[in-house]
Design a protein around this ligand. Structure first.
Ligand SMILES: [Zn+2]
Ligand SMILES: [Zn+2]
Length: 448
């Protein structure tokens, strides 16, 4: 006998809507076998249960004090205080005024001469202008805290040699804080690095999707002002240059892949309708599924600016607006391990939801060392995804908190295995090297 299940549709004729909605009932808790050293996972679950109420308080405190990129002073203070209380060595203002590091090392009774490994974890803290914690970084902040403390307690309980290093990373939204920290060597001692991010998605799900690489360009057009009625022929119109550049890009969009994104704005100083504008400035963001594709696409976008300058007689200057962010290279061995664990105990895993069409500065980290950045679903309303007021509301619900903690349990267990299991860590390194080769092939294919 066969049975069929109709996909759940949001309304007649609409595509299936599988995102976890605020009205959905709870799913039953699942436990199946297949987990590496279940006693470690149980210890991690107990630690996170112990921390639950305090983490909730911390999350709501951060949510109530949204701070923009590089201004995460309150978050810096409360998170470092919390980590200190939990027995970590804390370095405040670590390389950046609002960055910090909390580390814990343990040497077991059966310590061998082999060098112990450090697992890295990241806590994001920044909010967005106007919409507060609409990317749920309050949840990411407490996730880093929970993972680091759970790893610490597992190291102590099972007498393992190892270290956990939690970085408080500022300015994910537009400031590429992790890229700055990466350049300053903050990730140097890590064998692998872990973090997670909330997003819409099916109830109880985790996503191992990648995200888009992004290049930012600032374009300046310089013209010559003139009276717009008396002698417009004396002017060189920088606003016209910006308009033409915008239109050139709009035409180019028709000839790029559906996975590519090119979006920009323009503005100017002291414009008036009766003056031919002598200046204009544009900010453009160019995104594609890989760094190689994003670079190749950027090469096609730049002539749009130069053509506009040529047509109007303006001078043009193109420079990088922020540090480029790379696509997310989810380490295969780390991802497989998380997937097994998550599906055995916490929910489902997919590769399509998550933050797939967004970008993150953690992408650059994933190019540098084995890394994992799973997303986890929180309940949202239709059209209430990341960067909306509705998502900010979703990020403070008890359901979102529980989903965060489930992801933390799985991530902490992956972290302990990186520290403890040599064979597993060899696979982590091997899959990292394989991916490195794949990246080189992507660059070659893109003609870069
Ligand atoms: Zn965001
Ligand atoms: Zn975010």
């Amino acid at each position: 006998m066969t049975t069929t299940t109709e996909p759940k549709a949001s309304s007649a004729g609409a595509p299936p809507d599988e995102a976890w909605r605020t009205t959905d009932a709870d799913l039953p808790f699942r436990v199946t076998s297949g987990v590496w050293r279940p006693e470690i996972v149980e210890k991690i679950e107990k630690t996170i249960a112990r921390l639950d109420a305090e983490l909730r308080e911390l999350s709501l405190d951060l949510h109530a004090h949204p701070e923009l990129s590089f201004k995460e002073h309150h978050a810096h203070d409360v998170l470092t205080k919390f980590m200190e209380k939990e027995g970590f060595e804390v370095e405040r203002q670590f390389h950046l005024p609002t960055a910090w590091r909390a580390t814990f090392s343990h040497t077991g009774p059966n310590s061998t001469s082999k060098a112990s490994r450090t697992i890295g974890v990241n806590s994001e803290m920044d909010a967005l202008p106007g919409v507060g914690h609409a990317c749920g970084h309050n949840l990411i902040a407490i996730a880093g805290v929970a993972v680091a403390i759970a790893v610490k307690e597992a190291l102590v309980e099972f007498g393992m040699d190892g270290k956990v290093s939690l970085l408080g990373t500022p300015a994910e939204e537009g400031g590429s804080g992790k890229v700055i920290l990466l350049d300053k060597g903050a990730y140097k001692d890590m064998a692998a690095c872990l973090m997670c991010h909330p997003a819409p998605g099916p109830q109880g799900s985790a996503s191992l999707s990648s995200c888009l690489a992004i290049n930012g360009k600032k374009v300046n057009f310089k013209g010559h002002s003139a009276h717009a009625g008396l002698s417009p022929w004396e002017g060189v119109n920088a606003l016209d240059a910006a308009v033409l550049a915008y239109n050139n890009v709009s035409v180019l969009r028709q000839q790029v892949k559906p996975t590519h994104r090119i979006h920009g704005i323009f503005h100017g100083n002291e414009w008036a309708a009766n003056i031919i504008p002598d200046n204009s400035e544009m900010t453009w963001l160019v995104r594609a599924p890989t760094r190689a594709e994003a670079n190749a696409l950027t090469k096609r976008v730049e002539p749009c600016f130069h053509a506009a300058a040529l047509a109007t007689g303006c001078e043009v200057d193109v420079e990088e607006v922020t540090r480029s962010m790379y696509d997310l290279r989810q380490n295969k061995a780390l991802g497989d391990e998380l997937s097994t664990l998550y599906q055995c105990r916490y929910g489902s895993v997919n590769h399509g939801w998550g933050i797939s069409s967004a970008s993150t500065d953690f992408g650059n980290v994933s190019y540098e060392l084995p890394s994992l950045h799973p997303s986890f679903a929180i309940p949202t309303v239709p059209n209430g995804g990341n960067h909306t007021h509705e998502f900010a509301s979703a990020a403070k619900t008890p359901e979102a908190h529980r989903a965060t903690l489930n992801m933390c349990k799985a991530l902490a267990a992956v972290g302990v295995r990186v520290i403890e299991d040599d064979e597993f860590f060899a696979q982590v390194k091997e899959t990292f090297e394989e991916d490195k080769k794949k990246r080189e092939d992507e660059f070659e294919k893109a003609g870069l």
